[in-house]
Ligand binder design. Structure first.
Ligand code: 6PG
Length: 242
């Protein structure tokens, strides 16, 4: 696994770099490009930037769109990662509907975890016996979670399932998440992390500070792929301090 850290002066610059990652990946790839989106608030700016500046510069039709995790709510719910992506990107750039593989947050979590695992198996190519996404976008929680793999569920890093139903440790909100082995089977994994509130957890993970091994994000290391950290200055402000 090779990993790179890239620090941007602004969210615009970081978004530009993510767009370039997509363009490069699509150019290298003749078939369909399997992309898994992250949720939360960080991607919203990035998606809007892509829609505004890259609508006609990215071949959206070549992308099969998935999610790395979803909240178990209806697609029109304020917490829905699908809703956020639809409003800020999908509705603006014209993804062909048949290329969008939404996690159905509105049905029972255990049922949808199995269903979505099957959807991924049928639509993402395999490598080493696991689905291999071309690019998985990840965020980083202040508690070191990524996707919806939380510190109280470290076993999901080694789960034999493709997806799992989980609960948010503090809110109890039910979620569906990709598991660690699938994430680590990707060709490329990109963490997109911004803001001062993430500076400590970024430093903990990247510099293997005390208790880093209690954080799920510390175990994201593609077995035969590339790991990229796209950070803004605020999130990266501690990593080069002595
Ligand atoms: C989610 C995400 C989650 C997110 C982190 C960071 O569904 O919430 O997938 O893993 O990426 O919690 O969220 P922010 O970008 O909002 O800080």
């Amino acid at each position: 696994m090779n990993s790179k850290i890239n620090i941007s002066d602004s969210l615009e610059e970081l978004s530009q770099k993510f767009a370039q990652l997509l363009i490069t990946g699509l150019n290298d790839f003749q078939n369909r490009f399997s992309l898994a989106l992250s949720g939360g608030s960080t991607p919203k700016f990035i998606f809007k930037y892509l829609a505004k500046n890259f609508k006609d510069k990215i071949n959206w039709e070549k992308i099969n769109l998935f999610w790395g995790d979803e909240r178990c709510v209806p697609p029109d719910h304020a917490d829905s990662n699908y809703k956020m992506a639809f409003e800020s990107l999908i509705s603006e750039v014209g993804f062909p509907y048949e290329n969008i593989f939404r996690i159905r947050g509105e049905i029972g979590p255990d049922v949808e975890a199995i269903n979505y695992s099957n959807v991924i198996s049928e639509n993402v190519s395999f490598f080493n016996g696991l689905p291999r996404f071309d690019l998985i976008m990840l965020g980083l929680g202040e508690d070191g979670h990524t996707a919806s793999i939380f510190p109280n569920k470290m076993e999901l890093l080694d789960s034999g399932s493709i997806c799992s139903a989980v609960e948010h440790p503090s809110s109890g909100q039910k979620r569906i998440t990709l598991t660690g082995r699938v994430i680590n089977n990707a060709k490329k994994v990109a963490f997109l992390v911004t803001g001062e509130s993430k500076d400590r957890v970024v430093d903990m993970v990247l510099n293997k500070k005390q208790n880093y091994d209690r954080l799920p994000a510390s175990f994201i290391c593609p077995v035969d792929g590339e790991l990229l950290w796209l950070l803004d200055k605020q999130a990266a402000r501690l990593i080069y301090k002595a």
